[in-house]
Structure formats: C-alpha cells, structure tokens
Ligand binder design. Sequence first.
Ligand SMILES: O=C(O)CCC(=O)C(=O)O
Ligand SMILES: [Fe+2]
Length: 218
Amino acid sequence: MQAAPSTLDHTVFKTSAIDFAQLAERGYVVVPNFLAPHYCQLLFDYAQNLAATDWQQAGIGRADQYTTNTAVRQDKIRWLQRDFAPERAYLDMMDGLRVQVNRELFMGLFDYECHLAHYPPGAFYRKHLDAFKGRSNRILTTVFYLNPHWQEADGGQLVMYDERGRVLETILPEAGKLVIFLSDVFMHEVLAGNRDRFSITGWYRHNTSINGVIDPTR
Ligand SMILES: O=C(O)CCC(=O)C(=O)O
Ligand SMILES: [Fe+2]
C-alpha cells in the first residue's frame, strides 16, 4: 500500500479515467474509484476533524431566495475555500476535471463551486433537481463520497430518477466514488442512513456575468 502523504499542500491527486462517451450518451456517469483510498481517507479525516462551527445548516435556493428547510434537507455543509490546503487540493483536482470535460464534450464550463456535506444518522435530502431549465447556471453536478467501508445496510443511498420519475440507479455512497450528472435533468434524493455520511457536492457552471461582473457563487 502506498504511504499516505501527511499534507495535501503539494499533492496532486491522481484520478482514474472517466467514461466521457457514457456521460455524453446518458447524461450521467458513476466512477467507482475516481480517487485512491489514501487520498479519500485524508479528506475524510479532514472533514471529521472540523469543528461544529466550521459547518452551517444547508439551505435551498440561492442568494435572495435562500431558506433553510429541514423538511427537505437535513445535512450540514461547508463551502470549500482555497485558504485550506485539503480544500484547495480538491478544488484544483476538480478544476482539472473541468478542463478535461470541456475538451472532451465541448461544454464550455466556466467555474466550479462545491461544499462538503455531513448527513448525521437519519438525515436525508428529499427528491429534487439541482437546477431548473434555463434558470440556473449550474450545468453539471458532481458528488464525491468519502465514507470508508460503507455497506448497503448503512443506507444513505443516492437515488437517481429518469425524466419520467422511474428509478434509474441506486448508488451506495462509498469512499472514492464520483457521480456526475446534468444538473437540470435528473431528479435525485439522498435516503436516510444510520451512519455519519460525508461527501463533497459541487457544480460546474456557465458564466452568466453581466457587464463584466461575474455572477457570484452560492
Ligand atoms: O450526497 C448526495 O448523494 C447528493 C447530494 C445532493 O443531491 C445535493 O447536495 O444537491
Ligand atoms: Fe442535489
């Protein structure tokens, strides 16, 4: 086994290949071991060791329409910032992926925003879309899971639905797994689990800047 680096400062994550043809064809793809286990473990430990004050109750909507609604979602989140080495390492990795997606699929993705998410036991996120057609600049959703040794019996699955509301796939939130899907196409939900569940959810966005002012994230 490869020794785990003690810091992510100068680490470039090594990622495994993504089936871009499948992403183009179906609009979503599941990559089981996107990142090697020792890197996942670093991110998992980092997330676990954050203080309660580093997290906020997740909300729904953006900016002026933002509300928290625990009947819809019950996770706690932390927006990633470049000031913290592990967060910067993840942001850098996902920016590399942005360039790759643009090259492979000509999507013109402009930037990326993401947050850590912590679902305590029993927490869920009801069926939702991450973006509404023509009303959001969120184009592509990414969900990356940090939970080592997650079993079917632990629950917390991500359920993906097709456009007619039929279950497409039920995905176990296992460490190293990356799910990518079109933000305005696929309804999805997070089922309640019985263990603490950690993940990083993010969105590649189009540039909707007006008069040179870039649309703020979040
Ligand atoms: O954690 C997951 O499996 C999905 C999270 C999600 O749907 C979201 O944050 O919008
Ligand atoms: Fe979502």
